[in-house]
Write a protein that binds this ligand. Structure first.
Ligand SMILES: [Zn+2]
Length: 138
């Protein structure tokens, strides 16, 4: 259902459907399917499930997993691990998702020939969309 007050470029108006932005960019020319901007594929810190989020810093797939990861100490342990790697936790978990979905890309990032930038994230999202169609949207 489309929200009444949907603004151009509003990603939350309808899940998974892009509303053309104010610049009128033709998103339909994108290869594969239309991918809304700024969505991140991440590995849940609690249940290891892959999920997609519009929030860059999300580290769990659901509220239940967030509470659980807090209580069982997983969040704390993972944050310590991320600190030793000098990475924010959400990037560590996004890298984990990339390693599962795009092993080659992950290898290139490890070798330093690529970075986990917007292009790499988009590649990961495409792989995610192919692996679990219509699932994992958060
Ligand atoms: Zn989870």
């Amino acid at each position: 259902m489309l929200a009444k007050h949907a603004a151009p470029g509003d990603m939350h108006a309808e899940r998974g459907r892009f509303i053309p932005d104010a610049n009128g960019r033709d998103r339909s020319r994108l290869p594969d399917k239309v991918l809304p901007r700024a969505r991140y594929v991440c590995c849940c810190a609690n249940c290891d499930r892959l999920f997609e989020s519009s929030r860059r810093d999300r580290v769990t797939c659901s509220g239940a997993c967030r509470v659980s990861a807090h209580r069982n100490g997983l969040l704390k342990a993972l944050r310590e691990l991320a600190n030793t790697l000098d990475l924010p936790l959400h990037e560590l978990l996004q890298m984990q998702a990339t390693s599962q979905l795009c092993p080659q890309l992950f290898e290139q990032i490890g070798e330093g020939t690529r970075e986990l930038d917007d292009l790499a994230r988009q590649e990961t999202r495409r792989a995610f969309a192919k692996s679990v169609p219509a699932n994992g949207t958060a």
